[in-house]
Design a protein. Structure first.
Length: 355
């Protein structure tokens, strides 16, 4: 189950602008070959005072109602059709009319799964929800409706994953602003055939931020781009190893795992605490991991190297300042000794003159 919302505001002579913000994704949590407990399949839409809060949920179902699954998952042959169902429940004390739509699945910049709001062109176009009135679903307070779902895969569909989703939304308007909240069911749709998992890592760069504390470790920030060049989704877990010249004082940092859909690209960062030795170099390695209930072969890990200056400016400042102070003290000592010697010489000369 996932949630998202969009806000649409009327602008003078400029039409409407809509912004989609992705929120939580249940099964997108990345754990290697581990079960994931989904959040409650309920969305809450709260406006100021009127209308009252509306709560609703959508989950996979069979003919009798919700069946405990967290997503619709099917492996389908090209040209074949499968049937499934979802259950939509109005948990509030007021009736409401919901909009139901299908769409192509995407992973946003924040790593959350969402469903595109434009017309589906891939897997979302193969999914049809029946039992609606022009895409609308009126539900009385407390009512649950089971809606049949049909997935018809074209005969020329390519093998691999074709992510999609079914969303149920409700919009309200106040002061010219339309706010839409959506909850949905993810559709894991895979077309049978040759599965070719693959990934590529490139564009690895690094920068070093020294600590303001002299001689303390600074922060090495490694940025890299990883692309899913195969035809199935997988999770990616990355680690960066770095050290100073000649491998001195090595350190390691790890990034959070994230999901990559087929053809998807993600730019990630890893921070490594590193001693400043004027130069740093290393390698970032991306290791694929399984997601949710996926049981597909994983691609080989991939890596990319990086290097960057790592100047400890605070330490350099301390050294320069210390050297300057030492030089100043030495100069004052030499001058003081010179004056003292001159006084002694003058005293000796005066004593000789009086004899």
């Amino acid at each position: 189950m996932f949630r998202s919302r969009s806000r649409r505001a009327a602008l003078p002579a400029a039409g409407a602008v809509a912004v989609l913000v992705a929120l939580a994704v249940g099964e997108a949590t990345l754990l290697p070959a581990a079960a994931v407990t989904p959040p409650a399949s309920t969305a809450v839409l709260t406006e100021a005072a009127e209308p009252p809060a509306v709560e609703w949920g959508v989950v996979p179902a069979d003919d009798a109602g919700p069946d405990g699954r967290v997503s619709l998952r099917h492996v389908v042959d090209p040209g074949a059709t499968v049937s499934d169902a979802i259950a939509v429940t109005n948990h509030s004390a007021e009736s409401a009319v919901f909009a139901v739509a299908t769409g192509d699945g995407v992973v946003g910049a924040d790593g959350a799964f969402d469903v595109r709001t434009d017309d589906p062109a891939a897997g979302g176009a193969w999914v049809r929800v029946d039992g609606l009135d022009g895409g609308a679903l009126p539900l009385a307070a407390g009512e649950t409706r089971v809606l049949p779902v049909t997935i018809a895969v074209p005969a020329d569909a390519t093998p691999g994953d074709h992510p999609a989703g079914i969303v149920v939304g409700l919009s309200t308007e106040e002061a010219g602003v339309t706010l839409t909240h959506r909850v949905g069911v993810r559709v894991h749709l895979q077309v049978s055939g040759e599965i070719t998992p693959a990934l590529r890592v490139d564009a690895a760069t690094a920068s070093f931020t020294p600590s303001w504390v002299p001689f303390a470790a600074g922060t090495l920030t490694v940025e890299y781009r990883v692309t899913n060049t195969g035809n199935v989704r997988f999770g990616a877990s990355a680690a960066a190893d770095a050290s100073g010249p000649l491998g001195l004082l090595p350190a390691e940092g790890r990034g959070e795992a994230f999901e990559l859909l087929p053809g998807g690209t993600a730019t990630q960062r890893i921070e490594v605490p590193l001693a400043p030795l004027f130069f740093a170099a290393g390698e970032v390695t991306v290791t694929p991991v399984s997601l949710g209930d996926d049981r597909v072969p994983l691609p080989e890990a991939a890596s990319a190297g990086f290097s960057t200056p790592a100047v400890p400016w605070s330490s350099v400042a301390v050294v320069v300042l210390g050297a300057g102070l030492i030089a100043l003290v030495a100069m004052l000592v030499v001058r003081g000794r010179g004056r003292t010697q001159r006084r002694i010489d003058a005293a000796i000369a005066a004593d000789r003159a009086t004899r």
